[in-house]
Design a protein around this ligand. Sequence first.
Ligand code: ZN
Length: 172
Amino acid sequence: MNVGWASYAAEWPGPLGQDGAVVVVGRPHGLRGRCPVCGRRGRLWQAALALPQPFPGALDAIVGGCSRDHAVRALPADWSDVAAVFTRLTDALRADDEPTFWHEKLATRRARQAEQARLLSRLDPTARRLALELLRSDELLDVAQIEAVASAVLAEPPGQHIGGQPGPGAPS
Ligand SMILES: [Zn+2]
């Protein structure tokens, strides 16, 4: 993620971090306000979460806080939190008084990402890694397809070599 204000980068703990999410924290010049965690006013730290591909590099909601710790605490903690953020973004786009073609296009994309994040929140680490790989090769795959492919591949007996790139429609 290319953000000028970032001075620290850290792996995110938990499933999101295992999947490659990275948090960046910094203290942008002149950013002041109220900390959403403790309510203190003053100069703020800012934090953003870079999700693994093919999700957007930074969630649109970049959060601030009075300390590094508080800035980070306002970020989504896991995949179901991420899904909730995408759902909020979808609703906000669709609530616009003068919706445009672009609003709807982006809303459709955010709704799909919410569903994908919800799917990831249900999967175990191996299935999640596989689902992310499938999504990277085609981010338009619907979640039912991904879930079907992931469970078919994971049902193979252990030790058996899985050749090539599994994909929907691949011969089994
Ligand atoms: Zn605070």
